[in-house]
Write a protein that binds this ligand. Structure first.
Ligand SMILES: Nc1ncnc2c1ncn2[C@@H]1O[C@H](COP(=O)(O)OP(=O)(O)OP(=O)(O)O)[C@@H](O)[C@H]1O
Ligand SMILES: [Zn+2]
Ligand SMILES: [Zn+2]
Length: 776
C-alpha cells in the first residue's frame, strides 16, 4: 500500500490488512538498455526541496501528464506524488540513468491540479521555503492526500455507565481518559470524535479504551449532522446601495468584467456594509460568467455569514475544517466542474479549483489566522494576490482595521484604496469610554467591572437591551501564586503558569492542555494559601451573574462551545432575545450583527498589549475596534467601555476615537525606524529540542553562519535567544530573526542558508518561517 501525504483513493478494492512480505534485499531495477527519452518529475510530500525523476513505462505513456497523481517506488517503499513535469531527462538524470526507476501506477485519468494551480504551488514552495510536494499537499483536499479515504466519521458520547465515580476512578490512573470523559460528560448528546481529540490534544486511543470499558459509545456516522449555512436559504432582496457602496462595487466589478487584474483595499468601518459590496461584486462576476472565492476567518464561518451568500446565490459551496472528507471532496469537485461558482471558506479555500476565477474576496484581511502556522507556512492574503495576478482576477481585501502591510501598500498605490467611512444609514459610531482601572476603587467587583461598565449594563438590562463582555482569556484565573515563595504553579511540560478552571476545578495548561488537580499546598515550598490571580472569561461570567442575578447570561469560549451547534444555538438564543448578556473570548469579537446590543465591555484591553511581538499594538487596536463594532449597529445607540491599565497607549486612545488612520500613521513611523514590516521583511527560525543545550548551540551556530554570510550588508541578525514560549510540551525552544529591507537580495541568502540547515539537521527540529505573523 502506498504511503505519503498524497495517499490514494480507495474506491478500489483493498487487499486484506496484512503486512506485505518484505523483499529479501532492496531491489535494484535492471539498468535500462538505453537512456530514457522522457522522464516524469514527481513532487513528493517530503520535507526535501527537490523533485524526483522516474521513467514512464510504455503502458502508462499518455496517462502520465502534468498534475496527475502517480505511485512511485521510493527507497524500499512506494509513495504517491504529483507529476509536475514531463520531458527529456536532465544531465543529472542521464548520469544516473541506470538508477532511474519507473512509475508504478497512475491514479488519475484527469489532472487533480491544473496548470495555473501547479504554477502557484511552485511559487509557494520558493516563497515559503518548502518542498513543492508540501505546497501541493496544502491545496489538495484531504481525501486525495490520505492513504485511506474516510467517508465516515466517529461520533462519541458518554454512556450511562460513566458515573461520577467511574470518572473519579480514572483521575489518577489515566489522566487522558479522565480529561476526555469529563469533557464528554459536559456535552449534551454526541460530538465528532476528531474535533474533540484535536481540541484536547489527544490521540484517539483514550477514546477507544473508554469505549472498550463501556464508558463511551462510539458511533460511526456518514456525515456530520450539521452543515454550515443550511439555514438562510430563503432568497433575500438586495437593498439599494449607498453611494460609497455603489462606487466601490462599480470600481471592482469593472475590473472583473473587463478581465483586468487589480487588487483593492476596501477599508470600511464596522457596520459600513462591506458584505453587501462583496455580494454585488460576486453577482456581477457571475453575470460575466466568472467564479468567486470568499475567504473569511474560520471563526466567522457561521451560518449567519454563509447564509448571506446562500440567500443570494444558488451555486455556493462551503469549505471549512470541520467538514467530513467526503463533504470536502464533493465541494472541491463541484468547484472544479463549474457546478459551484461561489466558494466560501477559511484559509485553504484560496486554492479552490474554480472555473474562471474572477474575484477573490478576503474579509477581515488583517486576521492573523490567514497565515498557516505549519508547513507550508503560507499567508492566504499573499497567495490570493499572487493567484489573482496569475489568473487575471481581482482581489478585494476588506477590513475595518487593515493590516499595516495592506494599508501601506494601498497608500503607495499597490492596491486601489476604496473606503466606506460611515456606517450604513449614517448611524453614528458607538461612543467609546476608556476606564483607567488603576484608579478604579477595587470593591467586590471593582477589579473586573468598573462603575461605569456596571451602570451601562444595568441600564441595558432595564431597557431590555443586550450586552457583550469580552475578555481574551479563558478559564477563571490565569495564575495560581504562592505568597510564601513568590512562585506560580507552572506546567511540568511547558514554561507557562497553569490556569485555574473553576467549572472543573482543575489547573489547565493552555499550551499543551495537560491538567492537574489544584494543589492544596505550594508544590515548590509546601506553604498553604495559594492565591488565584487575574481573570479569565469564567470569572467574568460568574461575577456578572452575581452582579445581576436576574440577567440571563451565556458564556462563549472554547470550554463551553465544543461543537458548532453549541455556538449556533447560543448565538441564535442571543439573537432572539432569550439572553441578556454574552460573555466571551475572541469567539465573539467578529462579525456578530445583533441590533439590540447597546453595551460592549472590553474587560481588559491589556491582554495583547504586552506580548513580545512588534505587532502587539496593532493587534490591540484591531481587537478593540472589532469588539466595539458589535454595538449600536441598528437604531439603538451603543456604548463601549474599554477597561485598561494603559489608558494613554496609542492603540487604546486611537481605537477609542475610531481613528485608524492616525493610529496607522503613528505606528508606521516606528515600524520604519525599526525596519519592521511593511518596510522590512523578517525571517524567523525556531530551534526545538528536548535537550535545551542542543537547541541553543545549533541556534548559536546558525547565527554565526548568518553573521559570516551577512555582516556588512543591509541584513540584521537578531538572537539567538530563548523564544518567548521557551518550553512547550517538553521541548526547549530557541529562536533567531533576520531582518532585511524590503527588496534586499540578502533575504533570499538568509532564507536559503536557514533552509539548508533545516534540511540537513535531524536534531534540533528547525522551523523556518518566512514573513512570520507570530513571534512566540
Ligand atoms: N445599502 C444598504 N441598505 C440597507 N442596509 C444595508 C445596506 N448595506 C448593508 N446593510 C446592512 O447593514 C448592516 C451592516 O452591514 P455589513 O454587515 O455588511 O457591514 P460590515 O462592514 O461587513 O460590518 P463588519 O465589519 O462589522 O462585519 C447589515 O445588517 C446589512 O444588511
Ligand atoms: Zn510556595
Ligand atoms: Zn503544558
Amino acid at each position: 500500500m502506498a504511503t505519503g501525504l498524497f495517499g490514494e483513493l480507495d474506491d478500489e478494492p483493498r487487499p486484506p490488512r496484512r503486512r506485505a512480505k518484505k523483499p529479501a534485499a532492496p531491489k535494484v531495477d535492471a539498468p535500462p538498455v538505453e537512456p530514457p527519452k522522457v522522464v516524469a518529475n514527481v513532487a513528493l510530500a517530503r520535507p526535501v526541496r527537490t523533485e524526483f525523476s522516474y521513467t514512464i513505462p510504455v503502458e502508462l505513456e499518455g496517462a502520465v501528464t502534468l498534475g496527475v497523481r502517480v505511485r512511485v517506488p521510493f527507497g524500499r517503499r512506494t509513495e504517491v506524488g504529483v507529476v509536475v513535469a514531463v520531458g527529456p531527462p536532465s544531465d543529472k538524470d542521464l548520469a544516473a540513468a541506470h538508477k532511474l526507476r519507473a512509475i508504478e501506477r497512475c491514479l488519475d485519468t484527469e489532472p487533480v491540479v491544473d496548470a495555473p494551480l501547479l504554477d502557484l504551488t511552485r511559487w509557494m514552495a520558493t516563497q515559503y521555503g518548502c518542498a513543492w510536494g508540501e505546497a501541493l499537499g496544502a491545496i489538495l483536499p484531504a481525501p486525495l492526500k490520505r492513504e485511506r479515504q474516510t467517508k465516515r466519521i466517529w461520533m462519541a458520547r458518554a454512556t450511562e455507565a460513566a458515573t461520577p465515580e467511574a470518572l473519579a476512578e480514572l483521575e489518577e490512573k489515566s489522566p487522558e481518559q479522565h480529561r476526555l470523559l469529563r469533557t464528554l460528560l459536559g456535552i449534551e448528546g454526541e460530538i465528532g470524535l476528531r474535533d474533540l481529540t484535536n481540541k484536547l490534544g489527544l490521540s484517539e486511543s483514550p477514546a477507544r479504551t473508554l469505549a472498550k470499558k463501556g464508558l463511551v459509545e462510539l458511533r460511526s456516522a456518514a456525515f456530520e449532522p450539521f452543515e454550515v449555512g443550511e439555514q438562510g436559504r430563503e432568497r433575500s432582496t438586495p437593498p439599494e446601495l449607498f453611494e460609497a457602496q455603489a462606487w466601490a462595487v462599480d470600481a471592482i466589478s469593472h475590473c472583473v468584467e473587463t478581465r483586468k487584474h487589480r487588487s483593492f483595499l476596501l477599508e470600511g468601518v464596522t457596520g459600513s456594509g462591506k458584505t453587501e459590496v462583496y455580494l454585488r461584486v460576486i453577482e456581477r462576476a457571475l453575470a460575466a460568467g466568472r467564479s468567486a472565492i470568499v475567504l473569511v476567518p474560520e471563526i466567522s464561518l457561521t451560518p449567519q455569514t454563509v447564509g448571506w451568500f446562500r440567500s443570494r446565490f444558488n451555486d455556493v459551496a462551503v469549505l471549512h475544517s470541520r467538514m467530513t472528507d467526503a463533504q470536502r471532496l464533493s465541494a472541491w469537485r463541484r468547484a472544479r466542474h463549474g457546478e459551484a461558482r461561489v466558494i466560501v471558506g477559511a484559509r485553504s479555500a484560496v486554492f479552490a479549483p474554480v472555473v474562471d476565477l474572477g474575484v477573490i474576496v478576503i474579509d477581515e484581511e488583517h486576521e492573523p489566522s490567514f497565515k498557516q502556522a505549519s508547513t507550508p507556512r503560507y499567508h492566504a492574503r499573499d497567495v490570493a494576490l499572487e493567484r489573482a495576478r496569475r489568473e487575471g482576477a481581482v482581489c478585494v481585501l476588506g477590513s475595518a482595521t487593515p493590516a499595516l502591510e495592506t494599508w501601506h501598500a494601498a497608500r503607495t498605490g499597490v492596491h486601489a484604496h476604496l473606503s466606506l467611512p460611515e456606517r450604513v444609514g449614517g448611524r453614528p459610531m458607538p461612543r467609546v469610554e476608556i476606564v483607567d482601572m488603576r484608579t478604579e476603587p477595587t470593591g467586590e467587583f471593582g477589579a473586573l467591572f468598573s462603575r461605569n461598565l456596571r451602570q451601562h449594563l444595568e441600564g441595558a438590562l432595564q431597557r431590555g437591551e443586550q450586552g457583550i463582555l469580552f475578555l481574551n482569556r479563558r478559564g477563571y484565573a490565569p495564575v495560581l501564586w504562592c505568597p510564601g515563595c513568590r512562585t506560580t504553579v507552572r506546567c511540568a511540560q511547558c514554561d507557562v503558569p497553569m490556569t485555574w478552571h473553576r467549572d472543573i476545578d482543575r489547573l489547565v495548561c493552555h499550551l499543551c492542555q495537560n491538567e492537574t488537580a489544584v494543589p492544596r499546598n505550594c508544590p515548590t515550598c509546601s506553604a498553604p494559601g495559594g492565591r488565584m490571580i487575574g481573570a479569565g472569561s469564567e470569572r467574568v461570567e460568574r461575577t456578572l451573574r452575581k452582579l445581576f442575578p436576574s440577567a440571563r447570561v451565556a458564556r462563549m469560549d472554547s470550554d463551553t462551545m465544543h461543537r458548532r451547534e453549541d455556538y449556533e444555538r447560543t448565538l441564535s438564543a442571543f439573537g432572539s432575545g432569550e439572553l441578556d448578556f454574552l460573555v466571551g473570548t475572541q469567539m465573539i469579537a467578529k462579525g456578530l450583527d445583533f441590533p439590540r446590543v447597546t453595551v460592549v465591555g472590553i474587560v481588559s484591553a491589556d491582554t495583547s498589549l504586552h506580548l513580545p511581538d512588534f505587532r502587539s499594538a496593532e493587534r490591540t487596536f484591531q481587537l478593540i475596534s472589532q469588539v466595539a463594532g458589535r454595538a449600536g449597529r441598528a437604531d439603538l445607540a451603543g456604548h463601549i467601555v474599554v477597561q485598561t491599565e494603559n489608558p494613554e497607549h496609542p492603540a487604546v486612545r486611537f481605537a477609542a476615537r475610531h481613528d485608524f488612520t492616525s493610529f496607522a500613521e503613528a505606528e508606521l513611523v516606528s515600524r520604519r525606524e525599526l525596519g519592521y514590516p511593511p518596510f522590512g521583511r523578517i525571517l524567523r527560525a525556531v530551534f526545538e529540542d528536548e535537550d535545551g543545550s542542543k537547541a541553543a548551540s545549533v541556534a548559536d551556530s546558525a547565527c554565526q553562519a548568518l553573521h559570516a554570510a551577512l555582516d556588512g550588508t543591509d541584513a540584521v541578525v537578531l538572537g539567538p535567544a530563548p523564544a518567548p514560549m521557551s518550553l512547550v510540551r517538553g521541548r526547549y525552544r530557541h529562536h533567531l530573526l533576520v531582518k532585511t529591507p524590503v527588496g534586499s537580495a540578502r533575504f533570499a541568502t538568509a532564507r536559503e542558508l536557514l533552509l539548508e540547515l533545516a534540511e540537513s539537521t535531524a536534531r534540533p527540529r528547525i522551523g523556518v518561517d518566512v514573513d512570520p505573523m507570530g513571534m512566540l
